[in-house]
Design a binder for this molecule. Structure first.
Ligand SMILES: C[C@](O)(CO)[C@H](O)COP(=O)(O)OP(=O)(O)OC[C@H]1O[C@@H](n2ccc(N)nc2=O)[C@H](O)[C@@H]1O
Ligand SMILES: Nc1ncnc2c1ncn2[C@@H]1O[C@H](COP(=O)(O)OP(=O)(O)OP(=O)(O)O)[C@@H](O)[C@H]1O
Length: 295
């Protein structure tokens, strides 16, 4: 029910954006920026630049923001949907525009963002918006940037932003922006995301971590059968975040109780995802959380 409502909402919003574009006599330039989850996450060391080294598998999931860019007299940005904390002028979409504008003669744009991906959830929503806008501007203004060049721009905006340029499952290391191929496909499973009403700050979550080298790298662990992931695949953020917010651990336990093959917090939280063999309905979790089915 929620999913069809969401689908209808996104569809109608897209039609409105397309209608606005056409009435301005412009080709509609829309992007659907999806979220990600982390399949395992090891924080392996503290870096001299204040960031942390990590290893993780990024996996794209089907929850979307919608972004449109329109020619305009002056640069502006409108946000609809979920409220984003902070000032609109600091939105990462505007930062992405300015980054490209430094190197290319871009005309002013009106950026429209329909925000749907939960914020402070470990789903990389802000990073996705920025990466998809870079791809959109590259296409609209025929900048001829390669994926590598767009990844270099994205890296400047956020540690996990570069992933969304290619937007395929990858093994990531370094700050989360150095990639190698990994062959993983969860299409035959039913993925569920649970977002409690808790906002976890990424910087704070990193502060709560004591980095350590893993006994076995995720590069190897990820090839274990899915049934072994529960015992082997860990997210290092869980210990400190669960201590502060036991509700998040309860969600993970509830998902296992309901038959999940694997459940984990994504990134620095607060979102928890679960992999099921087939479709499920979780009314108990829906009472106090936002639940996204079949993502
Ligand atoms: C937790 C993850 O979602 C896992 O995928 C990401 O590492 C977060 O990446 P992100 O949101 O793109 O992070 P950024 O916006 O670049 O950084 C936010 C803050 O998180 C901390 N940070 C982030 C990434 C990283 N590898 N080490 C860090 O210590 C830093 O304090 C930084 O100031
Ligand atoms: N377009 C945007 N969408 C979401 N957040 C944005 C955006 N632009 C700026 N921000 C700021 O970024 C912060 C969180 O971003 P984001 O949603 O990427 O974090 P997250 O859900 O913790 O994911 P992750 O840590 O995995 O990147 C918000 O507090 C908000 O102030």
């Amino acid at each position: 029910m929620f999913k069809s409502f969401l689908f209808f909402g996104l569809q109608s919003a897209s039609f409105v954006l397309i209608y606005v574009s056409l009435s301005y006599n412009q080709k509609p330039m829309l992007a659907f920026a999806n979220a990600k989850i982390n399949l395992g996450l090891h924080v392996t060391g503290k870096r001299a630049d204040g960031y942390h080294n990590l290893e993780t598998i990024f996996y794209p999931v089907k929850i979307y923001d919608v972004i449109e860019t329109l020619d305009a007299e002056v640069l502006s940005c409108t946000i609809r949907g979920t409220d984003i904390p902070g000032d609109t002028k600091d939105n990462i979409c505007l930062r992405a525009y300015h980054l490209l504008k430094n190197d290319f003669d871009l005309p002013p744009q009106h950026l429209c963002l329909l925000k749907n991906i939960p914020i402070g959830a470990g789903l990389g929503g802000g990073s996705a918006d920025a990466a998809f806008l870079i791809k959109l501007l590259n296409e609209k203004f025929r900048l001829s940037l390669s994926n590598e060049q767009m990844e270099d721009y994205a890296r400047k905006l956020g540690a996990d932003c570069a992933f969304f340029i290619r937007n395929e499952a990858v093994y990531a290391e370094g700050k989360g922006d150095e990639f190698s191929e990994v062959s993983i496909d969860l299409n035959e499973y039913f993925l569920v995301l649970v977002k409690p009403g808790i906002h976890v700050s990424t910087a704070e979550a990193y502060d709560g971590i004591k980095p350590a080298l893993p006994v076995t790298s995720l590069k190897d662990l990820i090839h274990l059968p899915l049934s072994d992931w529960k015992a082997e695949l860990k997210n290092d953020f869980e210990a400190s975040v669960f201590l502060k917010y036991p509700e998040i651990e309860n969600i993970k336990n509830n998902l296992y109780h309901n038959g999940a093959i694997y459940a984990s917090m994504s990134g620095s939280g607060s979102c928890v995802y679960a992999i099921f063999k087939s479709a499920v309905k979780l009314p108990e979790l829906e009472r106090t959380n936002k639940v996204f089915y079949n993502v």
